[in-house]
Design a protein around this ligand. Sequence first.
Ligand code: ADP
Ligand code: ZN
Length: 760
Amino acid sequence: MPGIVSVAVPVPALDVLTYRWPPDAPPPVVGARVEVPLGPRRLTGIVVDAAPPSPPGDVRLRDVSAVRDDAAFVPPSLLALTAWVADYYLAGPGDVLSSALPPRVLTGDVTTFKRRRVAVLTALGAGVAAGLEGVPLEAQAATASGDAGTVRLGARQRDAVLALAGAPAGLPASALAIRGVTAATLARLAQLGLVALHYETLSRDPFAVHAADAADFAQTLSPTEEQQAALDVLEPLADSGDFRAALLQGVTGSGKTEIYLTLAERVRRDGRQALLLVPEIALTPALAGRVRARFGERVAIQHSGLSTGERHDQWHRVRGGQVDVVVGTRSAVFAPLERLGLVVVDEEHDGSYKQDEAPRYHGRDVAVVRASQQRALVVLGSATPSLESWHNASRGRYVHVRLARRVADRPLADVRVVNMRDEWAETGADAPLSRGLVAALAARLAAREQALVLLNRRGVSSAVLCRQCGSTVECPHCSVAMTVHGRGVRAFARCHYCDHGEHVPAACPRCAAPYLEHVGVGTERIEHDLRERFPEARIGRVDRDTVATRGSLTSLLGRFGRHELDLLVGTQMIAKGHDFPRVTLVGVVSADVGLGLPDFRAAERTFQLITQVVGRAGRGERPGEAIVQTFFPTHYAVRCGAAQDYATFAAKELEYRTALRYPPITALVNVVVRASTLERALDEARALTRHVGRATADQAIQVLGPAPAPIAKLRGEHPAPCFAKGGDRAAMRSAVRSALEAHAAIARRAVVDVDPVSML
Ligand code: ADP
Ligand code: ZN
């Protein structure tokens, strides 16, 4: 019986595939790359089991076509982690592996390593150079050519030899080419034995691109009393060499980052490695700069905004053990660190840790599992912890560490809540910016201070509405109102779900009434209003339209950080962990746009957004102020957010989740079936819910739906969402798994989301 192996192949299959091992190949190793046939294709996969049980029945197995490695390419700890992710999130093991590795790492084309040719003088060459030096150019020609007939050098060759004499480590061929030394010249010198040529592997260094100016951060700050108290709790956990989890709940500006760095330093002295996760690409250069200043070269950065080459090189540096600290976004949770001692998840409440395509894993939760698998300390940091983490801390599953004050006892920003209903009644107009906010902005600009203006919606206006029949201009593929961008003749309606765009019609398409009114406001409109009011001010806008290209968010934030901009208008991207000491005013234009959404986390998100953005003000010497405009001034999310009162909010919110049996009290598994008609989608979803219902009949698990989605049509397809909700997540997952296995054709059109973050 020839040997067989299980291989994870990057295709959406719920299971690994079995192949026969070539009899003449050396024995299989778990983690090695192999090429395997799949249908007509040939794919690169990873051996995940070198001696699996034989598959039942007499299926004819195909052969592994080629063996790429005789040792593990993917380290075993990473295989254990991706196996957990595949199982927990009901995702394909190969899909998970390929999203855990940067693109092209698996196939490993030789060209992915960046190499350069370097020339160095040989001993013979150095002797010749010594003879040439200090001799005038004309005489050199005579010397070199007439010198006992040993070597005859042309002018270019002499230039090359002299240049190399000044560079004992050698010079790249590209540098010599600038001086007119061609590849042919170098080849001739090599032939003469004067020069040695070799290839050097370059690590493409993303730090060079971002050029974070981090000199200020090089020295360690002596911890504040509160930071020291937190470290007194956390350091022994880091030292324990066991899995420990802690929630570091610290108000904005309390110095959490300093704590992360001190802990990272500590595990590094212990010969172990640290992984620092941040939610947003734009936050990585700032943190990476600080880490680089503290830890020197042995730092890697990993996020999807890097070029393929950079990601490839960084991965191999980490894999090769050349790195002590990795800084990155969600996918960096899979960095191949074998001696992991510390995992930090900064801004752990942030929804962008959840991947919104398959595999739908949550970076924070994977980080906790990873720490447990590798016996490390995981620290979840936030000013506004997710209810999940807060609940875990309250139940004693996480050590709860608090920082209640800002560094240097800087006060939290003063918050003023403006009731926009009153404002509009008093002014008789519906201007998006209140008089109070305009006056405060004017005062800050006059004082040469900076301000942030947050709005949760991009575009000029949120909808085009017919005054006569009330209908809106909808996307033909998505049944949602389109958002208007640009003004006047350039006005353009765009769907924020599928990106479909069309010109704003002059008349209502339904009743042909001549005018359509633009309602609601977006970032573009606010920027326009601010420019009209403050023509002198330097204004920048941050939203998905302005930061679509790689690095543009970083560069906008960089300009704001250097005070080349006075005002920054933006969506929630500007609310996240940035540290701008000269910001003294934050305005929130419409704090509550999210409250009406049919999502049980709507209040939590509104609270987090207000608290986080208010926390951006007054982080420097001067105290900060925040103005929060709202139509629901009495809603607890708005009141607690403005007061930055996490405890009251969390208690109230948990009461509500308990009453309605929502996470973190229960767990959810969300399945959405898509089809070309709603009837078909609902029918197919019902087949799944019936199966899940039968499989969980004797347990306290609710199966809800299917029902038409809040957005009835999305990208031309009709989604039919359904849920399982209950206390026993494992039972729910296995019931859903068996439903998907029993209905393979439906499963191919279904999106499965374990622990969904967005319900829309
Ligand atoms: P958080 O992440 O909690 O919002 P940061 O770590 O960004 O806070 O710290 C806020 C500011 O305080 C930063 O500018 C930081 O350099 C400064 N800071 C942090 N710890 C100290 C300290 N021990 N002494 C002096 N300044 C500090
Ligand atoms: Zn659309």
